[in-house]
Design a protein around this ligand. Structure first.
Ligand code: FE2
Length: 337
C-alpha cells in the first residue's frame, strides 16, 4: 500500500504540544516514518515485557491475540499491518490520531464506529518506566492483541452506546468502569489471578508490582491458591468493604490537597493512609496495591480525581462475569430513549 508518509512531528513533550485538529491524520495518510531511536525504544519496551516470567501472568486471550497480531519485536508496526490482522477478525479498524486521551468524548465517538484510535506519541527514553500519558506502545502492545478477539470487540462495543446516551455523572462512572476493566482489570483463569488490563500489560513497573501482589497474597496466607481463589477474595472484600471505602475517600482528600503527584508516589501514599486511618497493614491491605472483586458500587465511588491513579485493582471471576457486570450498568443506559 502506498501512502504519503509523515516524518515524526512529535517530540515526546506533552506539555509543549499544541493539539491542532488540522494536523489530524487523514484516511490516506496514516503512516509515520519513525527514527531508529524510536524503533529502538519500541524494541526495549517490547523486550522488557515479553519475558516468560511476566507473560505467564497475562490472560490467555491476550497471548492468543499477540500471536495473531505478529508484532515485530524490533520495529513499530504500520497501521496497515495492524488493520490487516484485526479488521478481518473483528471488524474493528485502527486509526492514527493526534487526539489526546484527555478528550474522552472524541474517543468514544470513534468507538461507536468500531474505530480504535492509536496515538502518534511514543514515550522518550527517559520515560521507559513511566509515561505521563498512554503512548502508542500502550495502545498497540497493550490493547491491540485483544482486538483480534471477538469477545474483546464485544466488550469494547458496550461502552460507546452507553456513553453517548449517558448523563455527565454517568459518563464519569462509565470512564471508571472502562479504566478498571480494559485498562487495569484482572481476571481469574486456571484458579490464578491474571492480568487483563492494557494499562498493566504495557507498563513494566505496573505489571511487576501487580504480579508481586499475586505472590504476596499467597505468601501472607490471604489467598490459598490450592482452593478456589475468587470466593476467598470475595469474603475478604466483604469483611473489609468499609475500610476500602475509607481508603478511597482518603486518597481523594490527599489528591485534592495536591499531595499525590505521580503514580510512583501513589503507592507510598496508600501506605501512609493506612497509618493515618488506623487500618492494619495485613490481609488484603498488606501489599502496595489492593486487589478486590469488580464491584460497581465501589468503582463508582472512586472520585474523578483518583481513578487515574491505581491504589486498587479489580478482578472479575471470568470474562463472562465481566461481560455481565458491565452490561448490568451499561445496557439500561444504552437502551434509554
Ligand atoms: Fe488504554
Amino acid at each position: 500500500m502506498t501512502t504519503n508518509q509523515k516524518t515524526p512531528g512529535y517530540t515526546g513533550d506533552i506539555a509543549a504540544q499544541h493539539n491542532d485538529p488540522l494536523q489530524e491524520y487523514s484516511a490516506e495518510n496514516q503512516e509515520i516514518i519513525f527514527s531508529a531511536e524510536q524503533h529502538s525504544i519500541w524494541a526495549d519496551l517490547f523486550a522488557g515485557i515479553h519475558q516468560p516470567y511476566l507473560m505467564e501472568h497475562l490472560c490467555r486471550e491476550y497471548k492468543d491475540g499477540l500471536g495473531l497480531l505478529e508484532l515485530d519485536p524490533h520495529h513499530i508496526p504500520t497501521v496497515a499491518h495492524l488493520n490487516d490482522r484485526i479488521t478481518p477478525r473483528t471488524g474493528w479498524h485502527i486509526e492514527r490520531t493526534v487526539v489526546r486521551y484527555t478528550l474522552a468524548d472524541d474517543w468514544y465517538k470513534k468507538f461507536a464506529q468500531r474505530i480504535f484510535l492509536i496515538t502518534d506519541y511514543l514515550r522518550t527514553r527517559d520515560q521507559m518506566e513511566f509515561t505521563p500519558e498512554p503512548d502508542m506502545f500502550h495502545d498497540i502492545f497493550g490493547h491491540l492483541p485483544f482486538l483480534t478477539q471477538a469477545f474483546y470487540a464485544r466488550i469494547e462495543d458496550k461502552f460507546a452506546p452507553a456513553y453517548m446516551n449517558a448523563t455527565q455523572d454517568e459518563r464519569e462512572v462509565i470512564k471508571r468502569l472502562a479504566w478498571y476493566s480494559t485498562e487495569f482489570g484482572l481476571i481469574v483463569q486456571d484458579n490464578r489471578f491474571k492480568v487483563f488490563g492494557a494499562g498493566i500489560i504495557s507498563g513494566r513497573k505496573e505489571l511487576t508490582r501487580t504480579i508481586m501482589e499475586f505472590y504476596r497474597l499467597g505468601r501472607d496466607n490471604v489467598i490459598d491458591y490450592s482452593r478456589p481463589i475468587f470466593p476467598q477474595l470475595t469474603a475478604h472484600f466483604q469483611a473489609s468493604k468499609t475500610n476500602l471505602h475509607r481508603i478511597i475517600d482518603g486518597v481523594n482528600a490527599l489528591h485534592q490537597k495536591g499531595q499525590m503527584s505521580s503514580a510512583d508516589e501513589g503507592w507510598n501514599v496508600v501506605l501512609s493512609l493506612y497509618k493515618n486511618l488506623g487500618i492494619k497493614q495485613d490481609g488484603m491491605f498488606g501489599g502496595e496495591v489492593i486487589i478486590a472483586p469488580f464491584d460497581i458500587e465501589t468503582i463508582a465511588r472512586i472520585p474523578k480525581t483518583v481513578y487515574a491513579f491505581n491504589p486498587m485493582l479489580f478482578v472479575c471471576e471470568s470474562l463472562d462475569q465481566m461481560d455481565e457486570l458491565l452490561d448490568s450498568y451499561l445496557k439500561p443506559i444504552a437502551a434509554r430513549e
